[in-house]
Ligand binder design. Sequence first.
Ligand SMILES: [Zn+2]
Length: 256
Amino acid sequence: MRFKIINTVIIFLLCGALVLTFFGLTSFWYVLTFIILYLLFLLTVSTNVRFNFFVNSISENRNIINKQVAITFDDGPVENTLEILKVLKKYEVKAGFFCIGKHIEAQPEIFRKIIEENHLVGNHTYSHTRKMGALPVSTLVREIEECNRIAEETAGIKMNLFRSPFGIVSPKTQKALQKTGMQSIGWSIRSFDAVLSSEEIILNRIKKRLKPGAVILLHDNNAKTVNILEQLLLFLKNNQYEVVRPDKLLEINAYS
Ligand SMILES: [Zn+2]
Protein backbone atom coordinates (compact mmCIF):
# COMPACT_ATOMS: atom_id res chain seq x y z
CA MET A 1 0.00 0.00 0.00
CA ARG A 2 2.79 2.40 1.04
CA PHE A 3 4.69 1.56 -2.16
CA LYS A 4 1.58 2.14 -4.30
CA ILE A 5 1.01 5.60 -2.77
CA ILE A 6 4.66 6.66 -3.12
CA ASN A 7 4.87 5.25 -6.66
CA THR A 8 1.69 7.11 -7.70
CA VAL A 9 3.04 10.38 -6.24
CA ILE A 10 6.41 9.88 -8.02
CA ILE A 11 4.73 9.14 -11.38
CA PHE A 12 2.49 12.20 -10.92
CA LEU A 13 5.54 14.40 -10.17
CA LEU A 14 7.41 12.91 -13.15
CA CYS A 15 4.54 13.65 -15.53
CA GLY A 16 4.47 17.23 -14.22
CA ALA A 17 8.25 17.55 -14.66
CA LEU A 18 8.06 16.17 -18.22
CA VAL A 19 5.37 18.74 -19.09
CA LEU A 20 7.59 21.52 -17.65
CA THR A 21 10.53 20.12 -19.70
CA PHE A 22 8.35 20.14 -22.86
CA PHE A 23 7.63 23.86 -22.38
CA GLY A 24 11.30 24.54 -21.61
CA LEU A 25 10.57 25.51 -17.98
CA THR A 26 13.01 22.98 -16.48
CA SER A 27 16.04 21.01 -17.65
CA PHE A 28 15.68 17.43 -18.88
CA TRP A 29 18.80 16.60 -16.82
CA TYR A 30 16.96 17.43 -13.57
CA VAL A 31 14.22 14.99 -14.57
CA LEU A 32 16.77 12.29 -15.48
CA THR A 33 18.61 12.78 -12.15
CA PHE A 34 15.27 12.45 -10.34
CA ILE A 35 14.50 9.17 -12.18
CA ILE A 36 17.96 7.74 -11.40
CA LEU A 37 17.64 8.69 -7.70
CA TYR A 38 14.21 7.02 -7.51
CA LEU A 39 15.59 3.84 -9.13
CA LEU A 40 18.48 3.83 -6.62
CA PHE A 41 15.95 4.24 -3.80
CA LEU A 42 13.94 1.23 -5.10
CA LEU A 43 17.13 -0.83 -5.38
CA THR A 44 18.04 0.01 -1.76
CA VAL A 45 14.65 -0.81 -0.23
CA SER A 46 14.25 -4.01 -2.28
CA THR A 47 17.58 -5.45 -1.12
CA ASN A 48 17.28 -4.58 2.57
CA VAL A 49 14.38 -6.03 4.57
CA ARG A 50 15.24 -3.76 7.51
CA PHE A 51 13.67 -0.74 5.80
CA ASN A 52 10.23 -2.41 6.03
CA PHE A 53 9.22 -0.72 2.78
CA PHE A 54 7.74 -3.55 0.72
CA VAL A 55 7.39 -6.14 3.50
CA ASN A 56 6.63 -5.81 7.21
CA SER A 57 9.61 -7.59 8.74
CA ILE A 58 10.65 -7.93 12.35
CA SER A 59 14.39 -7.26 12.47
CA GLU A 60 15.07 -6.49 16.15
CA ASN A 61 13.31 -5.76 19.43
CA ARG A 62 13.82 -2.11 20.34
CA ASN A 63 11.84 -2.53 23.57
CA ILE A 64 14.52 -4.77 25.09
CA ILE A 65 16.60 -2.88 27.64
CA ASN A 66 18.55 -5.84 29.05
CA LYS A 67 21.69 -7.00 27.26
CA GLN A 68 19.93 -9.68 25.23
CA VAL A 69 20.55 -10.52 21.57
CA ALA A 70 19.64 -13.34 19.16
CA ILE A 71 21.82 -15.19 16.67
CA THR A 72 20.40 -16.53 13.39
CA PHE A 73 21.94 -18.73 10.69
CA ASP A 74 20.84 -18.89 7.05
CA ASP A 75 21.31 -21.40 4.21
CA GLY A 76 21.57 -24.78 6.00
CA PRO A 77 21.18 -27.50 6.94
CA VAL A 78 24.52 -28.76 5.63
CA GLU A 79 27.41 -30.81 7.10
CA ASN A 80 28.95 -27.63 8.54
CA THR A 81 25.77 -27.04 10.58
CA LEU A 82 26.93 -29.87 12.88
CA GLU A 83 30.05 -27.86 13.78
CA ILE A 84 27.89 -24.80 14.49
CA LEU A 85 25.63 -26.92 16.72
CA LYS A 86 28.67 -28.15 18.70
CA VAL A 87 29.75 -24.57 19.48
CA LEU A 88 26.21 -23.54 20.45
CA LYS A 89 26.01 -26.55 22.77
CA LYS A 90 29.39 -25.75 24.35
CA TYR A 91 28.17 -22.26 25.29
CA GLU A 92 24.61 -23.44 26.07
CA VAL A 93 23.12 -21.02 23.56
CA LYS A 94 19.89 -21.38 21.53
CA ALA A 95 19.78 -19.84 18.05
CA GLY A 96 17.60 -19.65 14.93
CA PHE A 97 18.19 -21.50 11.65
CA PHE A 98 16.48 -20.34 8.44
CA CYS A 99 16.65 -23.46 6.32
CA ILE A 100 16.50 -24.04 2.57
CA GLY A 101 13.90 -26.68 1.58
CA LYS A 102 16.17 -28.61 -0.79
CA HIS A 103 18.87 -28.72 1.88
CA ILE A 104 16.36 -30.15 4.40
CA GLU A 105 15.57 -32.84 1.79
CA ALA A 106 19.29 -33.61 1.47
CA GLN A 107 20.06 -33.47 5.23
CA PRO A 108 16.89 -34.52 7.13
CA GLU A 109 18.90 -35.86 10.10
CA ILE A 110 20.70 -32.55 10.60
CA PHE A 111 17.39 -30.67 10.34
CA ARG A 112 15.89 -32.92 13.04
CA LYS A 113 19.00 -32.48 15.19
CA ILE A 114 18.63 -28.67 15.08
CA ILE A 115 15.08 -29.04 16.40
CA GLU A 116 16.00 -31.73 18.95
CA GLU A 117 18.59 -29.37 20.41
CA ASN A 118 15.80 -26.82 20.87
CA HIS A 119 16.92 -24.27 18.31
CA LEU A 120 14.37 -22.43 16.20
CA VAL A 121 13.87 -23.26 12.51
CA GLY A 122 12.34 -21.03 9.86
CA ASN A 123 11.61 -20.98 6.13
CA HIS A 124 14.29 -19.74 3.68
CA THR A 125 12.41 -20.88 0.50
CA TYR A 126 12.79 -24.19 -1.30
CA SER A 127 15.51 -23.33 -3.81
CA HIS A 128 17.09 -20.07 -2.56
CA THR A 129 17.02 -18.60 -6.04
CA ARG A 130 18.86 -15.38 -6.91
CA LYS A 131 15.83 -14.39 -8.98
CA MET A 132 13.71 -13.61 -5.89
CA GLY A 133 12.92 -10.07 -7.07
CA ALA A 134 11.70 -11.25 -10.49
CA LEU A 135 9.50 -14.19 -9.45
CA PRO A 136 5.71 -13.99 -9.82
CA VAL A 137 3.58 -14.30 -6.67
CA SER A 138 2.51 -17.86 -7.57
CA THR A 139 6.15 -19.05 -7.75
CA LEU A 140 7.03 -17.29 -4.48
CA VAL A 141 4.07 -18.99 -2.80
CA ARG A 142 5.25 -22.35 -4.18
CA GLU A 143 8.82 -21.70 -2.92
CA ILE A 144 7.48 -20.97 0.59
CA GLU A 145 4.91 -23.78 0.70
CA GLU A 146 7.34 -26.40 -0.61
CA CYS A 147 9.86 -25.56 2.13
CA ASN A 148 7.07 -25.68 4.75
CA ARG A 149 5.83 -29.04 3.46
CA ILE A 150 9.30 -30.63 3.60
CA ALA A 151 9.90 -29.27 7.13
CA GLU A 152 6.58 -30.69 8.31
CA GLU A 153 7.19 -34.10 6.68
CA THR A 154 10.73 -34.24 8.07
CA ALA A 155 10.14 -33.07 11.63
CA GLY A 156 6.38 -32.64 12.12
CA ILE A 157 6.53 -28.88 12.64
CA LYS A 158 4.57 -26.04 11.02
CA MET A 159 6.90 -23.08 10.57
CA ASN A 160 5.57 -19.53 10.92
CA LEU A 161 8.71 -17.52 10.23
CA PHE A 162 10.23 -16.64 6.87
CA ARG A 163 13.46 -15.00 5.81
CA SER A 164 13.88 -13.91 2.21
CA PRO A 165 17.04 -15.12 0.40
CA PHE A 166 19.64 -12.35 0.01
CA GLY A 167 17.22 -10.03 1.84
CA ILE A 168 15.52 -9.34 -1.50
CA VAL A 169 11.88 -8.26 -1.18
CA SER A 170 9.24 -6.73 -3.44
CA PRO A 171 5.48 -6.04 -3.31
CA LYS A 172 5.12 -9.62 -4.62
CA THR A 173 6.92 -10.96 -1.54
CA GLN A 174 4.38 -9.22 0.69
CA LYS A 175 1.50 -10.80 -1.29
CA ALA A 176 3.11 -14.25 -1.07
CA LEU A 177 3.54 -13.86 2.70
CA GLN A 178 -0.10 -12.84 3.10
CA LYS A 179 -1.23 -15.87 1.08
CA THR A 180 0.91 -18.29 3.09
CA GLY A 181 0.38 -16.62 6.49
CA MET A 182 4.11 -16.32 7.16
CA GLN A 183 5.90 -13.60 9.17
CA SER A 184 9.03 -12.08 7.63
CA ILE A 185 12.09 -11.96 9.90
CA GLY A 186 15.03 -9.71 9.09
CA TRP A 187 18.16 -8.85 11.05
CA SER A 188 19.71 -5.75 12.57
CA ILE A 189 23.35 -6.86 12.24
CA ARG A 190 24.51 -8.24 8.90
CA SER A 191 27.89 -9.88 9.44
CA PHE A 192 28.73 -10.44 5.74
CA ASP A 193 30.38 -13.71 6.81
CA ALA A 194 29.49 -15.18 3.41
CA VAL A 195 31.16 -12.29 1.57
CA LEU A 196 34.12 -10.97 3.58
CA SER A 197 37.21 -13.15 4.04
CA SER A 198 38.70 -11.56 7.20
CA GLU A 199 37.30 -13.06 10.41
CA GLU A 200 38.56 -10.02 12.32
CA ILE A 201 36.65 -7.56 10.09
CA ILE A 202 33.47 -9.69 10.34
CA LEU A 203 33.71 -9.86 14.14
CA ASN A 204 34.39 -6.14 14.45
CA ARG A 205 31.33 -5.37 12.28
CA ILE A 206 29.17 -7.33 14.70
CA LYS A 207 30.79 -5.94 17.87
CA LYS A 208 30.41 -2.32 16.71
CA ARG A 209 26.69 -2.74 16.03
CA LEU A 210 25.77 -4.68 19.16
CA LYS A 211 22.93 -3.37 21.31
CA PRO A 212 20.09 -4.84 23.38
CA GLY A 213 17.43 -6.49 21.20
CA ALA A 214 19.72 -6.99 18.18
CA VAL A 215 19.36 -9.90 15.73
CA ILE A 216 22.65 -11.11 14.22
CA LEU A 217 22.83 -12.74 10.78
CA LEU A 218 25.40 -15.49 10.13
CA HIS A 219 25.56 -18.44 7.69
CA ASP A 220 25.86 -22.04 8.90
CA ASN A 221 27.06 -23.24 5.46
CA ASN A 222 30.25 -21.22 5.88
CA ALA A 223 33.28 -23.04 7.38
CA LYS A 224 34.88 -19.91 8.88
CA THR A 225 31.62 -19.02 10.66
CA VAL A 226 32.35 -21.80 13.20
CA ASN A 227 35.37 -19.92 14.54
CA ILE A 228 33.64 -16.54 14.22
CA LEU A 229 30.73 -17.90 16.28
CA GLU A 230 33.02 -19.17 19.03
CA GLN A 231 34.82 -15.82 19.28
CA LEU A 232 31.51 -13.95 19.19
CA LEU A 233 30.02 -16.07 21.98
CA LEU A 234 33.13 -15.49 24.10
CA PHE A 235 32.89 -11.74 23.50
CA LEU A 236 29.17 -11.71 24.36
CA LYS A 237 29.81 -13.69 27.54
CA ASN A 238 32.67 -11.41 28.62
CA ASN A 239 30.47 -8.37 28.02
CA GLN A 240 27.50 -9.75 29.99
CA TYR A 241 25.31 -10.25 26.91
CA GLU A 242 22.75 -13.05 27.05
CA VAL A 243 21.93 -14.87 23.79
CA VAL A 244 18.28 -15.89 23.62
CA ARG A 245 16.30 -17.75 20.97
CA PRO A 246 15.00 -15.33 18.29
CA ASP A 247 11.31 -16.05 18.99
CA LYS A 248 11.89 -15.24 22.68
CA LEU A 249 13.79 -12.03 21.87
CA LEU A 250 11.20 -10.90 19.30
CA GLU A 251 8.22 -12.14 21.38
CA ILE A 252 6.63 -14.08 18.51
CA ASN A 253 5.53 -17.68 17.81
CA ALA A 254 7.92 -19.72 15.69
CA TYR A 255 5.40 -22.48 14.96
CA SER A 256 1.65 -22.94 14.65
ZN1 LIG B 1 20.26 -17.25 2.24
